[in-house]
Design a protein around this ligand. Structure first.
Ligand code: ADP
Ligand code: ASP
Ligand code: MG
Length: 410
Protein backbone atom coordinates (compact mmCIF):
# COMPACT_ATOMS: atom_id res chain seq x y z
CA UNK A 1 0.00 0.00 0.00
CA UNK A 2 1.24 3.47 -0.88
CA UNK A 3 0.11 6.86 0.28
CA UNK A 4 -0.50 9.09 -2.75
CA UNK A 5 -1.47 12.73 -3.26
CA UNK A 6 -3.46 13.16 -6.50
CA UNK A 7 -3.72 16.77 -7.74
CA UNK A 8 -6.12 17.75 -10.51
CA UNK A 9 -5.70 21.04 -12.42
CA UNK A 10 -8.37 23.36 -13.81
CA UNK A 11 -9.10 21.58 -17.10
CA UNK A 12 -9.24 18.24 -15.27
CA UNK A 13 -12.14 19.52 -13.12
CA UNK A 14 -13.59 21.96 -15.68
CA UNK A 15 -17.15 20.54 -15.57
CA UNK A 16 -19.23 18.36 -13.25
CA UNK A 17 -18.82 15.58 -15.82
CA UNK A 18 -15.02 15.93 -15.60
CA UNK A 19 -15.28 15.87 -11.78
CA UNK A 20 -17.06 12.52 -11.98
CA UNK A 21 -14.27 11.18 -14.22
CA UNK A 22 -11.67 12.42 -11.74
CA UNK A 23 -13.54 10.76 -8.88
CA UNK A 24 -13.51 7.47 -10.76
CA UNK A 25 -9.72 7.82 -11.25
CA UNK A 26 -9.30 8.38 -7.50
CA UNK A 27 -11.60 5.44 -6.70
CA UNK A 28 -9.39 3.18 -8.82
CA UNK A 29 -6.33 3.97 -6.66
CA UNK A 30 -8.33 3.53 -3.45
CA UNK A 31 -9.66 0.16 -4.64
CA UNK A 32 -6.09 -0.88 -5.48
CA UNK A 33 -5.44 -0.49 -1.74
CA UNK A 34 -3.73 2.91 -1.65
CA UNK A 35 -4.35 5.74 0.77
CA UNK A 36 -5.20 8.84 -1.23
CA UNK A 37 -5.45 12.56 -0.50
CA UNK A 38 -6.83 14.69 -3.34
CA UNK A 39 -5.96 18.33 -4.13
CA UNK A 40 -8.02 20.27 -6.64
CA UNK A 41 -7.78 23.53 -8.59
CA UNK A 42 -10.75 25.71 -9.48
CA UNK A 43 -12.70 24.83 -12.65
CA UNK A 44 -10.81 26.11 -15.72
CA UNK A 45 -11.38 29.84 -16.24
CA UNK A 46 -12.96 30.30 -12.81
CA UNK A 47 -9.97 32.02 -11.15
CA UNK A 48 -9.67 34.47 -14.09
CA UNK A 49 -13.37 35.26 -13.72
CA UNK A 50 -12.98 35.93 -9.99
CA UNK A 51 -9.92 38.14 -10.58
CA UNK A 52 -11.93 40.12 -13.15
CA UNK A 53 -14.76 40.63 -10.62
CA UNK A 54 -12.27 42.03 -8.11
CA UNK A 55 -10.84 44.45 -10.68
CA UNK A 56 -14.29 45.53 -11.87
CA UNK A 57 -15.46 46.51 -8.40
CA UNK A 58 -12.20 48.08 -7.21
CA UNK A 59 -11.52 49.95 -10.47
CA UNK A 60 -15.11 51.21 -10.47
CA UNK A 61 -14.07 53.32 -7.47
CA UNK A 62 -10.69 54.17 -8.98
CA UNK A 63 -9.03 51.95 -6.38
CA UNK A 64 -6.28 49.40 -6.53
CA UNK A 65 -7.73 46.28 -4.95
CA UNK A 66 -7.12 45.33 -1.33
CA UNK A 67 -5.08 42.12 -1.57
CA UNK A 68 -6.59 40.48 1.51
CA UNK A 69 -10.06 40.74 -0.03
CA UNK A 70 -8.66 39.66 -3.41
CA UNK A 71 -7.43 36.49 -1.69
CA UNK A 72 -10.69 35.65 0.04
CA UNK A 73 -12.53 36.09 -3.29
CA UNK A 74 -10.20 34.20 -5.64
CA UNK A 75 -9.75 31.34 -3.17
CA UNK A 76 -13.45 30.53 -3.52
CA UNK A 77 -13.05 28.70 -6.87
CA UNK A 78 -11.15 25.83 -5.24
CA UNK A 79 -13.69 25.57 -2.39
CA UNK A 80 -16.39 24.72 -4.93
CA UNK A 81 -14.41 22.01 -6.73
CA UNK A 82 -13.24 20.44 -3.45
CA UNK A 83 -16.85 20.08 -2.28
CA UNK A 84 -18.06 18.76 -5.64
CA UNK A 85 -15.23 16.22 -5.82
CA UNK A 86 -16.03 14.96 -2.29
CA UNK A 87 -19.68 14.60 -3.33
CA UNK A 88 -18.70 12.67 -6.46
CA UNK A 89 -16.54 10.31 -4.40
CA UNK A 90 -19.45 9.77 -2.00
CA UNK A 91 -21.59 9.04 -5.07
CA UNK A 92 -19.21 6.17 -5.86
CA UNK A 93 -19.81 4.74 -2.41
CA UNK A 94 -16.57 6.06 -0.84
CA UNK A 95 -16.16 8.09 2.31
CA UNK A 96 -14.88 11.58 1.56
CA UNK A 97 -14.93 15.15 2.84
CA UNK A 98 -13.59 18.49 1.62
CA UNK A 99 -11.05 20.64 3.47
CA UNK A 100 -10.37 24.35 3.08
CA UNK A 101 -6.88 25.69 3.78
CA UNK A 102 -7.75 27.13 7.21
CA UNK A 103 -9.34 23.88 8.40
CA UNK A 104 -6.13 21.85 8.10
CA UNK A 105 -4.50 24.42 8.67
CA UNK A 106 -2.08 25.35 5.88
CA UNK A 107 -0.20 28.27 7.47
CA UNK A 108 1.29 30.92 5.19
CA UNK A 109 3.27 34.14 5.46
CA UNK A 110 1.66 37.55 5.06
CA UNK A 111 2.37 38.11 1.34
CA UNK A 112 -1.22 38.23 0.03
CA UNK A 113 -1.61 37.11 -3.58
CA UNK A 114 1.70 35.21 -3.55
CA UNK A 115 1.93 33.77 -0.04
CA UNK A 116 4.48 31.11 0.86
CA UNK A 117 3.55 28.09 2.92
CA UNK A 118 5.25 28.17 6.33
CA UNK A 119 3.77 25.04 7.85
CA UNK A 120 1.15 22.35 7.34
CA UNK A 121 -0.24 20.19 10.07
CA UNK A 122 -0.87 16.82 8.44
CA UNK A 123 -2.41 15.14 11.51
CA UNK A 124 -6.10 15.61 10.69
CA UNK A 125 -5.58 14.45 7.11
CA UNK A 126 -3.68 11.35 8.22
CA UNK A 127 -6.37 10.59 10.81
CA UNK A 128 -9.07 10.90 8.13
CA UNK A 129 -7.22 8.59 5.74
CA UNK A 130 -6.68 6.03 8.50
CA UNK A 131 -10.44 6.04 9.05
CA UNK A 132 -10.96 5.36 5.35
CA UNK A 133 -12.07 8.91 4.51
CA UNK A 134 -10.63 10.50 1.36
CA UNK A 135 -9.69 14.12 2.07
CA UNK A 136 -10.26 16.51 -0.85
CA UNK A 137 -8.26 19.66 -0.26
CA UNK A 138 -8.89 23.03 -1.88
CA UNK A 139 -5.58 23.93 -3.57
CA UNK A 140 -4.06 27.43 -3.96
CA UNK A 141 -5.07 28.57 -0.47
CA UNK A 142 -3.95 28.78 3.12
CA UNK A 143 -4.42 30.98 6.16
CA UNK A 144 -1.87 33.53 7.38
CA UNK A 145 -0.70 34.49 10.87
CA UNK A 146 -3.53 37.04 11.05
CA UNK A 147 -6.09 34.30 10.28
CA UNK A 148 -6.85 35.82 6.87
CA UNK A 149 -7.24 33.64 3.79
CA UNK A 150 -4.11 33.77 1.61
CA UNK A 151 -3.49 32.48 -1.93
CA UNK A 152 -0.23 31.07 -3.22
CA UNK A 153 0.17 32.81 -6.58
CA UNK A 154 -1.26 31.69 -9.93
CA UNK A 155 -0.77 28.00 -10.55
CA UNK A 156 -0.39 27.55 -6.77
CA UNK A 157 -2.38 24.32 -6.44
CA UNK A 158 0.73 22.44 -7.59
CA UNK A 159 2.52 23.84 -4.56
CA UNK A 160 -0.39 22.94 -2.26
CA UNK A 161 -0.21 19.34 -3.51
CA UNK A 162 3.54 18.93 -3.05
CA UNK A 163 3.44 20.61 0.36
CA UNK A 164 0.64 18.30 1.50
CA UNK A 165 2.55 15.28 0.16
CA UNK A 166 5.50 16.36 2.34
CA UNK A 167 3.27 16.98 5.38
CA UNK A 168 1.56 13.58 5.25
CA UNK A 169 4.73 11.77 4.24
CA UNK A 170 3.26 10.54 0.96
CA UNK A 171 5.13 8.09 -1.22
CA UNK A 172 4.27 10.08 -4.35
CA UNK A 173 2.55 13.21 -5.58
CA UNK A 174 0.77 12.81 -8.93
CA UNK A 175 0.00 16.05 -10.78
CA UNK A 176 -2.82 15.36 -13.25
CA UNK A 177 -3.14 17.92 -16.02
CA UNK A 178 -4.19 18.38 -19.66
CA UNK A 179 -0.91 17.10 -21.16
CA UNK A 180 0.49 13.64 -20.49
CA UNK A 181 3.80 14.80 -19.07
CA UNK A 182 6.61 17.31 -19.29
CA UNK A 183 7.68 17.85 -22.90
CA UNK A 184 10.88 19.13 -24.49
CA UNK A 185 8.86 22.32 -25.22
CA UNK A 186 5.26 23.46 -24.76
CA UNK A 187 3.45 21.03 -27.09
CA UNK A 188 1.04 23.84 -27.97
CA UNK A 189 3.94 25.80 -29.52
CA UNK A 190 6.06 22.93 -30.84
CA UNK A 191 3.98 20.12 -32.33
CA UNK A 192 7.16 18.03 -32.66
CA UNK A 193 7.92 18.27 -28.91
CA UNK A 194 8.70 14.95 -27.23
CA UNK A 195 7.50 13.70 -23.87
CA UNK A 196 10.28 13.18 -21.33
CA UNK A 197 10.08 9.96 -19.32
CA UNK A 198 12.17 11.51 -16.58
CA UNK A 199 13.45 14.96 -15.74
CA UNK A 200 15.84 16.00 -12.96
CA UNK A 201 14.50 18.23 -10.19
CA UNK A 202 17.08 20.82 -11.12
CA UNK A 203 16.08 20.94 -14.78
CA UNK A 204 12.39 21.08 -13.88
CA UNK A 205 13.11 23.96 -11.51
CA UNK A 206 14.91 25.92 -14.24
CA UNK A 207 12.23 25.11 -16.85
CA UNK A 208 9.42 26.20 -14.53
CA UNK A 209 11.22 29.38 -13.53
CA UNK A 210 11.76 30.40 -17.15
CA UNK A 211 8.17 29.89 -18.22
CA UNK A 212 7.13 26.22 -18.52
CA UNK A 213 3.87 26.63 -16.62
CA UNK A 214 3.19 22.89 -16.40
CA UNK A 215 4.38 23.13 -12.75
CA UNK A 216 4.51 26.18 -10.51
CA UNK A 217 8.18 26.97 -9.69
CA UNK A 218 7.58 26.86 -5.96
CA UNK A 219 6.14 23.36 -6.18
CA UNK A 220 9.43 22.15 -7.64
CA UNK A 221 11.44 23.96 -4.95
CA UNK A 222 9.22 22.32 -2.35
CA UNK A 223 9.66 18.87 -3.93
CA UNK A 224 13.45 19.30 -3.94
CA UNK A 225 13.55 20.48 -0.36
CA UNK A 226 11.35 17.71 1.04
CA UNK A 227 12.37 15.01 -1.46
CA UNK A 228 8.84 14.44 -2.69
CA UNK A 229 8.56 12.15 -5.72
CA UNK A 230 6.47 14.03 -8.25
CA UNK A 231 4.93 12.67 -11.41
CA UNK A 232 3.16 14.77 -14.10
CA UNK A 233 0.49 12.90 -16.05
CA UNK A 234 -2.78 13.28 -17.93
CA UNK A 235 -6.22 13.06 -16.38
CA UNK A 236 -7.64 12.54 -19.89
CA UNK A 237 -5.60 9.52 -20.94
CA UNK A 238 -4.28 6.49 -19.14
CA UNK A 239 -0.59 6.76 -19.95
CA UNK A 240 2.65 6.88 -18.00
CA UNK A 241 3.74 10.46 -17.32
CA UNK A 242 7.01 12.19 -16.52
CA UNK A 243 8.77 11.42 -13.24
CA UNK A 244 11.02 13.95 -11.50
CA UNK A 245 14.22 12.22 -10.41
CA UNK A 246 17.66 12.88 -8.93
CA UNK A 247 20.43 13.26 -11.49
CA UNK A 248 21.98 9.90 -10.49
CA UNK A 249 18.68 8.10 -11.19
CA UNK A 250 18.46 9.46 -14.72
CA UNK A 251 18.65 6.67 -17.26
CA UNK A 252 19.99 8.74 -20.13
CA UNK A 253 21.16 12.30 -20.27
CA UNK A 254 20.23 14.61 -23.10
CA UNK A 255 22.44 17.61 -23.71
CA UNK A 256 19.35 19.83 -23.63
CA UNK A 257 16.11 18.69 -22.02
CA UNK A 258 13.83 21.59 -22.80
CA UNK A 259 13.18 24.92 -24.51
CA UNK A 260 10.77 27.48 -23.05
CA UNK A 261 9.53 30.98 -23.72
CA UNK A 262 8.18 33.67 -21.45
CA UNK A 263 6.29 36.74 -22.61
CA UNK A 264 5.74 38.24 -19.19
CA UNK A 265 8.80 40.48 -19.06
CA UNK A 266 9.57 43.99 -20.30
CA UNK A 267 12.95 45.57 -21.05
CA UNK A 268 14.07 48.83 -19.44
CA UNK A 269 17.24 50.79 -20.29
CA UNK A 270 18.62 53.72 -18.34
CA UNK A 271 20.83 55.70 -20.72
CA UNK A 272 23.97 57.53 -19.73
CA UNK A 273 23.89 56.90 -16.02
CA UNK A 274 26.66 58.60 -14.08
CA UNK A 275 29.19 55.73 -13.73
CA UNK A 276 30.48 55.62 -10.20
CA UNK A 277 30.76 53.01 -7.46
CA UNK A 278 27.31 52.24 -6.11
CA UNK A 279 25.49 52.96 -9.37
CA UNK A 280 23.98 49.45 -9.62
CA UNK A 281 22.84 49.56 -6.00
CA UNK A 282 21.31 52.99 -6.72
CA UNK A 283 19.26 51.50 -9.58
CA UNK A 284 18.23 48.18 -8.07
CA UNK A 285 17.75 49.30 -4.45
CA UNK A 286 14.55 51.26 -5.15
CA UNK A 287 13.19 48.39 -7.31
CA UNK A 288 13.82 45.98 -4.46
CA UNK A 289 12.11 48.30 -1.98
CA UNK A 290 9.09 48.49 -4.31
CA UNK A 291 8.99 44.66 -4.47
CA UNK A 292 9.61 44.66 -8.24
CA UNK A 293 11.60 41.58 -9.28
CA UNK A 294 14.43 42.13 -11.72
CA UNK A 295 15.48 39.22 -13.92
CA UNK A 296 18.08 39.81 -16.67
CA UNK A 297 20.69 42.59 -16.27
CA UNK A 298 23.39 44.00 -18.57
CA UNK A 299 25.59 46.96 -17.85
CA UNK A 300 27.62 48.42 -20.71
CA UNK A 301 31.30 49.21 -20.36
CA UNK A 302 31.68 52.92 -19.83
CA UNK A 303 33.64 54.21 -22.84
CA UNK A 304 34.49 57.66 -21.55
CA UNK A 305 34.77 56.57 -17.92
CA UNK A 306 31.89 58.87 -17.00
CA UNK A 307 28.62 57.27 -18.07
CA UNK A 308 27.18 53.81 -18.60
CA UNK A 309 23.90 52.30 -19.88
CA UNK A 310 22.02 49.78 -17.74
CA UNK A 311 19.49 47.38 -19.27
CA UNK A 312 17.30 45.01 -17.25
CA UNK A 313 13.96 43.22 -17.36
CA UNK A 314 11.01 43.50 -14.97
CA UNK A 315 7.61 41.78 -15.02
CA UNK A 316 5.52 43.40 -17.77
CA UNK A 317 2.72 44.18 -15.34
CA UNK A 318 5.18 46.22 -13.27
CA UNK A 319 6.39 48.38 -16.19
CA UNK A 320 4.23 51.42 -15.37
CA UNK A 321 5.27 51.28 -11.72
CA UNK A 322 8.95 50.95 -12.72
CA UNK A 323 8.73 54.04 -14.95
CA UNK A 324 7.03 56.08 -12.25
CA UNK A 325 9.68 54.97 -9.77
CA UNK A 326 12.61 56.08 -11.95
CA UNK A 327 10.93 59.42 -12.67
CA UNK A 328 11.28 60.19 -8.96
CA UNK A 329 14.94 59.02 -8.97
CA UNK A 330 16.10 60.94 -12.05
CA UNK A 331 18.14 63.66 -10.36
CA UNK A 332 19.59 61.32 -7.80
CA UNK A 333 20.74 58.71 -10.34
CA UNK A 334 21.74 61.25 -12.98
CA UNK A 335 20.64 59.35 -16.10
CA UNK A 336 19.85 61.05 -19.41
CA UNK A 337 16.84 59.08 -20.62
CA UNK A 338 14.85 55.92 -20.02
CA UNK A 339 13.76 53.52 -22.78
CA UNK A 340 11.26 50.70 -22.39
CA UNK A 341 10.09 47.82 -24.55
CA UNK A 342 7.11 45.66 -23.60
CA UNK A 343 7.22 43.60 -26.81
CA UNK A 344 9.98 41.22 -25.87
CA UNK A 345 10.13 37.53 -25.00
CA UNK A 346 12.68 35.48 -23.13
CA UNK A 347 13.60 32.18 -24.74
CA UNK A 348 15.59 29.67 -22.69
CA UNK A 349 17.41 26.40 -23.23
CA UNK A 350 17.81 24.11 -20.19
CA UNK A 351 19.86 20.95 -19.70
CA UNK A 352 22.20 19.38 -17.14
CA UNK A 353 24.33 18.22 -20.09
CA UNK A 354 25.59 21.81 -20.43
CA UNK A 355 27.82 21.29 -17.43
CA UNK A 356 30.00 18.84 -19.30
CA UNK A 357 29.65 19.99 -22.92
CA UNK A 358 31.02 23.08 -24.64
CA UNK A 359 29.32 24.82 -27.55
CA UNK A 360 25.71 24.72 -26.29
CA UNK A 361 25.43 28.51 -26.28
CA UNK A 362 27.02 28.77 -29.72
CA UNK A 363 24.42 26.40 -31.19
CA UNK A 364 21.72 28.68 -29.78
CA UNK A 365 23.24 31.87 -31.20
CA UNK A 366 23.83 30.27 -34.60
CA UNK A 367 20.28 28.89 -34.83
CA UNK A 368 18.79 32.30 -33.98
CA UNK A 369 21.19 34.05 -36.39
CA UNK A 370 20.12 31.73 -39.20
CA UNK A 371 16.51 32.84 -38.66
CA UNK A 372 17.64 36.52 -38.59
CA UNK A 373 16.47 36.85 -34.97
CA UNK A 374 18.38 39.53 -33.11
CA UNK A 375 19.43 38.89 -29.50
CA UNK A 376 18.82 41.83 -27.15
CA UNK A 377 20.11 40.46 -23.82
CA UNK A 378 21.79 37.19 -22.81
CA UNK A 379 21.97 35.57 -19.38
CA UNK A 380 23.24 32.17 -18.30
CA UNK A 381 23.34 29.83 -15.33
CA UNK A 382 25.14 26.52 -14.99
CA UNK A 383 22.39 24.57 -16.79
CA UNK A 384 20.49 27.32 -18.64
CA UNK A 385 20.97 29.95 -21.34
CA UNK A 386 18.33 32.64 -21.82
CA UNK A 387 18.08 35.29 -24.51
CA UNK A 388 15.72 38.21 -24.86
CA UNK A 389 14.31 38.70 -28.38
CA UNK A 390 11.50 40.60 -30.10
CA UNK A 391 8.20 39.03 -29.07
CA UNK A 392 7.00 38.45 -32.63
CA UNK A 393 9.75 35.86 -33.14
CA UNK A 394 8.91 33.76 -30.05
CA UNK A 395 7.41 30.69 -31.74
CA UNK A 396 9.93 30.77 -34.58
CA UNK A 397 12.80 30.89 -32.08
CA UNK A 398 11.47 28.05 -29.91
CA UNK A 399 10.89 25.80 -32.94
CA UNK A 400 14.28 26.63 -34.51
CA UNK A 401 16.07 25.83 -31.25
CA UNK A 402 14.08 22.64 -30.76
CA UNK A 403 15.35 21.44 -34.15
CA UNK A 404 18.88 22.77 -33.64
CA UNK A 405 19.35 20.65 -30.51
CA UNK A 406 17.96 17.56 -32.23
CA UNK A 407 14.87 17.38 -30.01
CA UNK A 408 12.21 17.06 -32.74
CA UNK A 409 10.16 13.85 -32.59
CA UNK A 410 10.57 11.63 -35.66
P1 ADP B 1 -3.36 22.78 -14.82
O1 ADP B 1 -4.58 23.60 -14.97
O2 ADP B 1 -3.61 21.32 -14.89
O3 ADP B 1 -2.52 23.18 -13.64
P2 ADP B 1 -1.60 24.29 -16.56
O4 ADP B 1 -2.29 25.00 -17.69
O5 ADP B 1 -1.19 25.10 -15.39
O6 ADP B 1 -2.50 23.06 -16.14
O7 ADP B 1 -0.29 23.54 -17.12
C1 ADP B 1 -0.39 22.66 -18.22
C2 ADP B 1 0.03 23.38 -19.50
O8 ADP B 1 1.42 23.68 -19.43
C3 ADP B 1 -0.10 22.55 -20.75
O9 ADP B 1 -1.39 22.64 -21.28
C4 ADP B 1 0.97 23.14 -21.68
O10 ADP B 1 0.43 23.98 -22.66
C5 ADP B 1 1.83 23.98 -20.74
N1 ADP B 1 3.27 23.71 -20.90
C6 ADP B 1 4.23 24.67 -21.02
N2 ADP B 1 5.43 24.13 -21.17
C7 ADP B 1 5.26 22.77 -21.12
C8 ADP B 1 6.16 21.66 -21.21
N3 ADP B 1 7.48 21.81 -21.37
N4 ADP B 1 5.63 20.42 -21.13
C9 ADP B 1 4.31 20.24 -20.96
N5 ADP B 1 3.41 21.27 -20.87
C10 ADP B 1 3.87 22.51 -20.95
N1 ASP C 1 -6.87 28.22 -9.72
C1 ASP C 1 -5.57 28.84 -9.52
C2 ASP C 1 -5.10 29.49 -10.81
O1 ASP C 1 -5.79 29.46 -11.79
C3 ASP C 1 -4.56 27.89 -8.97
C4 ASP C 1 -4.22 26.71 -9.85
O2 ASP C 1 -4.95 26.40 -10.80
O3 ASP C 1 -3.19 26.07 -9.60
O4 ASP C 1 -4.04 30.09 -10.81
MG1 MG D 1 -1.17 24.77 -13.37
Amino acid sequence: MSRIVMKFGGTSVATTERIRIVAARVAREVKAGHEVAVVVSAMAGETNKLVAYVDEVANGYGLLHDYSEYDSIVASGEIVTAGLTALALQGLGLKSRSWQGWQIPIRTDLAHGKARIDEINGELLIEAMEEGVIPVIAGFQGVNQLDRVATLGRGGSDTSAVAIAAAINADRCDIFTDVDGVYTADPRIVPKARKLQQITYEEMLELASVGAKVLQTRSVEMAMKHQVRVQVLSSFEDKPGTMMVEEEEMMEHELVSGITSDRNEAKVTLLELADRPGVAAGVFGPLNDANINVDMIVQNISVDGKTTDMTFTVPRIELARTLALFETQKTKLGYKAIQTDGNVAKVSVVGVGMRSHAGVALTMFQALGKESINILVISTSEIKISVLIEEKYTELAVRALHSAYGLDAQ
